[in-house]
Design a protein. Structure first.
Length: 280
């Protein structure tokens, strides 16, 4: 990889959504502050454990569709999060060995683990970049090396739409790569939604109060955010309903401390991970 960056200090005094998300998937790369924040707020929003895990299962199905049915061979994964089982490049190469992937994140733990995982892999890289600064991401030498904008591509915003505040121009951010891409390119987007204004406000206050930028949206707001490219069947939905496959590879077990929250989304279906796959 060409991205030779100096070591980035790892903040351990603020919870990180990537580390909390990784924990819900059975990962070990988290800190006491992450676990403490999650356990303090999950009683109010217990669905988050199921939502995180459903998002990871959706990743597999979406990438499988992109490689097998849409013929996509190059991916940009914005805000990729900590490596775990069935990362984008692993799923893609299961169905298309020539797939190329650029992972983008600003979390120093994500960068460290991603670079270790991908050492010596010339067709996949992880770069230090802010998904809101699309110009810098696209100008990065590794992006230019791996992504050919004369061919269809897929850009993924998986479970990070809620980290785009209204002041970030979320529509401009989400559409920036696809606007430059050729027809046949795809956008994959998910974010946490709720139809309850009070729950949205409370979730936003809790996350932003802890230093994590957060904007829970309604489904209608996400529909407006993504308007333009055509949704692939079955459209924009609770991602549990996006081409469900009971035979897809399972996730690691729910961590023991989070088992009591597992299954909460069945009795609280309003709060969910909403999104899908769209094509230009």
């Amino acid at each position: 990889m060409t991205d030779e960056q100096p070591a980035i200090p790892i903040p351990t005094d603020v919870p990180a959504s990537a580390r909390i998300y990784g924990w819900s998937l059975g990962g070990k790369d988290n800190y006491e502050i992450d676990r403490r924040f999650a356990l303090a707020h999950l009683p109010a929003f217990p669905e988050i454990v199921d939502i995180s895990r459903e998002n990871r299962l959706f990743l597999y199905r979406a990438v499988r569709y992109l490689t097998q049915e849409a013929g996509i061979r190059q991916f940009i994964d914005m805000g990729c999060g900590l490596p775990t089982n069935d990362n984008v490049h692993q799923v893609a190469r299961r169905f298309a060995p020539d797939a190329r992937v650029v992972y983008v994140d600003i979390d120093p733990i994500v960068l460290a683990h991603g670079r270790a995982l991908l050492a010596g892999d010339g067709s996949t890289t992880v770069i230090n970049g802010d998904m809101r600064d699309t110009g810098a991401v696209l100008a990065h030498p590794d992006t230019r090396r791996l992504i050919d904008f004369s061919e269809p591509l897929a850009v993924l915003y998986l479970s990070i739409g809620h980290h785009l505040l209204d002041g970030d121009d979320p529509r401009g951010v989400v559409h920036a790569v696809l606007d430059r891409a050729v027809p046949g390119s795809h956008l994959v987007f998910t974010q946490i939604t709720s139809s309850d204004p009070e729950r949205r406000t409370e979730m936003d206050a809790r996350a932003n109060g802890a230093g994590m930028p957060w904007r829970t949206r309604s489904r209608e707001e996400v529909d407006a955010l993504l308007a333009g490219p055509a949704p692939v069947e079955p459209g924009l939905v609770d991602i549990r309903d996006w081409r469900p496959d009971p035979d897809q590879p399972p996730l690691a077990p729910v961590p023991a401390e989070l088992v009591r929250f597992s299954g909460a989304s069945k009795s609280h279906p309003d709060l969910c991970e909403y999104g899908g796959v769209l094509v230009k």
